[in-house]
Design a protein around this ligand. Structure first.
Ligand SMILES: [Zn+2]
Ligand SMILES: [Zn+2]
Length: 365
């Protein structure tokens, strides 16, 4: 075990794992092109933590970044941001976490002191997008001080690594739901049946929402939504209004949650809500795109629209509590488990709508 003095000189200290100075990790060289490379082993530095990645999940954001690039992740870049693993190195200034502990973390954390942070809008803190942990599709990843301080948790022994890696998307879902009112007798419509819609479905189940209807145009995903207890309207959103009205005595849904990030779906979503209903536009669309809404729906029909982004530390804590409860059942969203070499296949399968999310296990147990 290195001494604290040795840790502070960072780069010159012997490698953390079996004398190795490098690790295998995926680099997104440019959109559409990833390479598995030997990379320098990340170092904790004074105030960070390095973890050995035991599970990293594919996410719609990874797929978007791989296919078309992403403004927050300019290429070339490491990628992968949903993960759980074991602590292998702890900076000397870090308190409360030790080498060898199994952990789960969100990939961002706010500064805690800016205008937004002091108004409980930490999701809008500039640090959230400036210091985003990417690189979970690798053997090791470094967590910077803000993440270590705010959004790093010990993983309960009974919680599988692949389920613990849901911490970040689950925090996003809980953040979104914190912006709407829910009653057990509500009819909630989820537009889309990808992993984010299915994650909403699991959360709505924990809130006692009896009736969830999923609008799914991909047959494979419709099967999974139905297996998780939803009614399914197997159509594109443009044709969903009549079936939704038929299911709700002509009213429309109490809450519509858009889970696709497509402007055409954003535009159609208010048409599925009842008078006085709510619409949560969850999926981020490409920057610069625009939408049109009928003003009468927003004003005379009093349909409330919200579009919450990212999460706050309270959402991460709530996501942790839900996963740690042991009853959430998030593992059903992990359709297959693949080694690091097969990341491209995992992204392709995620994108095609076969199954939901895929787990990459970069290091063997
Ligand atoms: Zn994600
Ligand atoms: Zn801040």
């Amino acid at each position: 075990m290195p001494t604290a003095e040795q840790r502070t000189d960072g780069l010159e200290r012997p490698a953390v794992s079996g004398g190795r100075a490098t690790m295998r990790g995926h680099v997104l060289v440019r959109p559409g092109h990833i390479e598995l490379r030997e990379l320098p082993l990340p170092r904790a530095g004074a105030d960070g933590v390095v973890i050995r990645v035991r599970a990293a999940l594919t996410c719609g954001t990874d797929v978007k970044t791989f296919v078309r690039g992403h403004p927050i992740f300019p290429t070339p870049t490491l990628f992968g941001h949903e993960f759980a693993g074991d602590v292998v190195e702890v900076g000397p200034q870090v308190r409360g976490i030790r080498e060898g502990e199994a952990v789960m973390a969100a990939p961002t954390a706010p500064c805690g002191t800016c205008y937004y942070c002091t108004r409980e809008q930490e999701n809008l803190c500039a640090q959230v997008t400036e210091e985003f942990v990417v690189g979970a599709f690798a053997e090791y990843v470094r967590l910077p001080a803000p993440v270590v301080r705010t959004n790093l948790f010990r993983k309960p022994a009974a919680l599988p690594y692949v389920e613990a890696a849901l911490l970040e998307p689950l925090a996003c879902v809980l953040h979104g739901l914190s912006h709407v009112r829910l009653r057990p007798d509500d009819t909630v419509v989820l537009v889309g049946a990808g992993p984010i819609a299915l994650l909403h479905l699991l959360v709505l189940r924990t809130r006692g929402i009896g009736r969830v209807v999923v609008v799914a145009r991909t047959p494979g995903r419709a099967v999974q939504a139905r297996a998780l207890g939803a009614e399914v309207v197997p159509t594109a959103v443009a044709a969903a209004r009549e079936p939704i009205l038929a299911l709700t005595e002509g009213r429309g849904a109490d809450l519509v949650i858009e889970c696709t990030g497509e402007p055409t779906v954003w535009e159609a979503a208010p048409g599925l809500a009842r008078r006085g209903g709510q619409v949560e536009l969850f999926g981020g669309c490409p920057v610069g795109t625009g939408v049109r809404f009928d003003t009468a729906r927003l004003h005379y029909d009093q349909v409330a629209i919200t579009s919450p982004f990212h999460f706050t530390p309270r959402d991460v804590r709530a996501a942790y509590d839900l996963l740690a409860s042991g009853t959430f059942g998030g593992e059903v969203l992990v359709s297959d488990v693949l080694p690091l070499e097969r990341l491209e296949e995992a992204l392709a399968r995620h994108r095609s709508g076969q199954g939901a999310k895929y787990a990459i296990l970069p290091t063997a147990a």
